[in-house]
Design a binder for this molecule. Structure first.
Ligand code: BG6
Length: 502
């Protein structure tokens, strides 16, 4: 009996089950949910791909994935032996109607054997071109007909631009209802991203000051040390704006800037986030370079190791103009945020892996202490560290001990690790469990995805009309192109540097 409430029997069908995502993320997430007894008592996982595996070989492949990527480290035989029999593998063609006929028979039998209704989760861990193909086949095989019981999980990228996202939404909504579609943005599953909402809406002290009267600027940095790894083929068609800003950074922005929801009902939360995206001031085409900066890494040194330029990465053309770095300044035109600048930046091959939000408050309106006291004074600032060491830190002034009056900034710090002493679940654990439970709060609604594309669409168009002439323009291991510093310097500001270790 699972300790966390009864969940109906569930079959998770992973299209693309032989791929990387399943091995690195989905298998470890399912396994950890199983260990923590969050999964329904009766469940099955079917991986479907074209590769040739039998059940045994497939289970072994997933076990290697869990051993390597799970937050818990290596599997123990006794636990794995309980989990493994739930996993099956089919080598099949996604475009063949026979695959879906077989699936329909399997699911029908699974339900008959249990004499109760079973939830079906169809997880598309496939290239985007397969989304519509698989959804149509599922529809034709009547596998989406029971709205309450069948869900489709779609990975990013959801579309390539605003038009293609609209088309994909239209296609999917012709086959199933919005409530059945779970569009993943794995940042929303991160504990610390969810905790931004807890911080804002479960405490009373912040709300009165969380607005343009008290907040001077907001910065969101998502820095990665990795390059494009083995994903050059995909990445070169995407770039940092599509890969990170359109989804992850804009969703973090929504958590910071949204209005308080009336309830935590999925559509209420998602509507409040969508309102933020709709209020983003359109980027002016004629002055785009005043608001956005792009970059691509050249060769450099990271943690003492020489690393190649983006153009030398596997599957990347030697003259690629794809950006691996993007920074932008945006405004949210509403009562709460009018004229407060939000600076967003992300890049690959930066010196640290760190995701952090800085909320800087206004300077004090009047300095009451003698001028000499202010030598080290700094404005209040809240740092919300999303990863790696999840934490929230507040900077304020204290009087330095001693007979003279000197103010010095100090930090008040909340650390997840210290306070909760248990490692947070991986984003995919949270998200998979939410799909199983049928809770779409942390998933992107169709209009939300389109609103996010609408924000970046003018930049995409401008960049594609004017390819960069200066790439590569930052060295691997540096904090990005100089233009990104100038973007803030023009406003008399600078990027707040995350400290290694928080
Ligand atoms: C993915 C991007 O969505 O997010 C990758 O496609 C990126 O390019 C990854 O590396 C970052 O995720 P995380 O959880 O490691 O910050």
């Amino acid at each position: 009996m699972d300790p966390h409430g009864h969940l109906e029997p569930t079959v998770v069908v992973i299209f693309g089950g032989g791929g990387d995502l399943t091995q690195r993320k989905l298998a470890p997430a399912l396994y950890n949910l199983f260990l923590d007894r969050w999964l329904p008592q009766e469940f099955a996982v079917i991986g479907i791909s074209q590769q040739d595996f039998n059940d045994e070989a497939y289970r072994q492949r997933l076990r290697e994935g869990v051993d390597h990527f799970s937050r818990r480290g290596k599997t123990k035989d006794a636990d794995w032996d309980h989990f493994a029999p739930h996993i099956h593998y089919w080598s099949a063609d996604f475009t063949d109607a026979g695959t879906y006929k077989k699936l329909s028979e399997y699911l029908g039998q699974y339900e008959k054997d249990r004499q109760t209704s079973v939830h079906h989760i169809f997880y598309l861990a496939t290239p985007p071109s397969m989304i519509e193909v698989i959804a149509r086949q599922l529809h034709q095989a009547q596998l989406l007909a029971r709205k309450e019981h069948s869900r489709l999980v779609v990975e990013k990228p959801f579309g390539h631009d605003l038009d293609s996202a609209r088309t994909l939404n239209r296609q999917l909504l012709g086959l199933m209802s919005e409530d059945q579609i779970y569009r993943i943005d794995h940042y929303l599953g991160k504990e610390t991203v969810q905790n931004i909402l807890a911080l804002r809406f479960a405490n009373s002290f912040l709300e009165p000051i969380w607005n343009r009267r008290y907040i001077h600027q907001v910065q969101i940095t998502v820095a990665e040390q990795v390059g494009v790894e083995h994903r050059g083929g995909y990445y070169d068609r995407a770039g940092a704006l599509r890969d990170m800003i359109q989804n992850h950074l804009l969703q973090v922005l929504c958590c910071i800037a949204m209005e308080p929801p009336v309830s935590f009902e999925a559509n209420e939360v998602r509507s409040k986030k969508t309102d933020v995206l709709k209020a983003v001031r359109p980027f002016p085409r004629e002055q785009m370079s005043q608001f956005v900066v792009r970059g691509q890494y050249g060769q450099g040194v990271l943690e003492g190791q020489a690393v190649p330029a983006y153009r030398q990465e596997p599957d990347v053309p030697g003259d690629s103009t794809t950006e691996t770095y993007a920074a932008l300044k945006l405004y949210i035109d509403n009562w709460r945020w009018q004229d407060v600048p939000f600076y967003l930046r992300t890049g690959k091959r930066l010196p640290l892996r760190v995701s952090e939000v800085f909320v800087q408050f206004q300077p004090v309106p009047h300095r009451s202490f003698p001028a000499s006291a202010y030598a080290a004074w700094m404005p209040n600032r809240m740092a919300i560290r999303i990863q790696p060491e999840e934490a929230i830190q507040l900077r304020f002034q204290a009087k330095q001990p001693g007979p003279a009056l000197h103010l010095r900034p100090v930090q008040m710090r909340f650390s997840y690790k210290e306070s909760f002493q248990t490692p947070p679940p991986e984003a995919y654990e949270t998200l998979l469990l939410d799909v199983i439970r049928g809770d779409a709060t942390l998933f992107m609604r169709g209009d939300q995805v389109e609103a996010a594309w609408a924000v970046v669409q003018p930049i995409l168009e401008e960049w594609s009309a004017h390819p960069p002439l200066d790439f590569p323009n930052y060295a691997a291991g540096s904090w990005g192109p100089e233009e990104a510093d100038e973007l803030l310097a023009r406003d008399g500001r600078h990027w707040f540097a995350p400290e290694p270790g928080g």
